[in-house]
Design a protein around this ligand. Structure first.
Ligand SMILES: [Zn+2]
Ligand SMILES: [Zn+2]
Length: 144
């Protein structure tokens, strides 16, 4: 995949891609609407943006699904969320607090920073928010 900085998409779109990955199949606008509390006309516009950026494909009459690029990007988004969440739990926040706080700022932390934090933590495998995989984690000559 082409390289990316982790800062390509807005916080709102981060939520969309994470949800689409979690949903793991063709997702209807109504599913997104109930999960993210957004009205359908806004969703249609956001999905059109994500499609023009190559992250999702429209499936006629059925909804949208992630492209390969979208999947890889969403995996990075989950990785970033989990690493930051783990970081905050190390500094006294509960699992629930960490998850909530991270959701407020995660979209502003670059992939480069996440890889450094992940490496300094020894590439941990579990966080309060779930298992951590390191597919998107490449430090120097040491892919993990
Ligand atoms: Zn979380
Ligand atoms: Zn890692």
């Amino acid at each position: 995949m082409e390289s990316f900085t982790g800062l390509e998409i807005s916080p709102r779109k981060v939520d969309y891609l994470k949800f689409l990955l979690k949903n793991n199949e063709t997702t209807r606008t109504t599913d997104i609407s109930s999960e993210l509390n957004v009205d359908p006309s806004t969703i249609t516009k956001t999905l059109a943006d994500l499609a023009s950026q190559g992250y999702v494909d429209h499936v006629p009459y059925r909804g949208v699904r992630l492209t390969e690029k979208g999947k890889e990007y969403a995996q990075f988004l989950i990785h970033r969320h989990n690493i930051l969440s783990l970081l905050l739990t190390h500094y006294g926040l509960s699992a629930e607090e960490s998850c909530r706080e991270v959701t407020r700022f995660e979209a502003y932390i670059s992939k480069d920073a996440i890889e450094k934090i992940c490496a300094s933590m020894g590439h941990p495998t579990v966080s309060a928010c779930g298992k951590i995989s390191h597919g998107s984690c490449m430090i120097g000559d040491h892919p993990l």
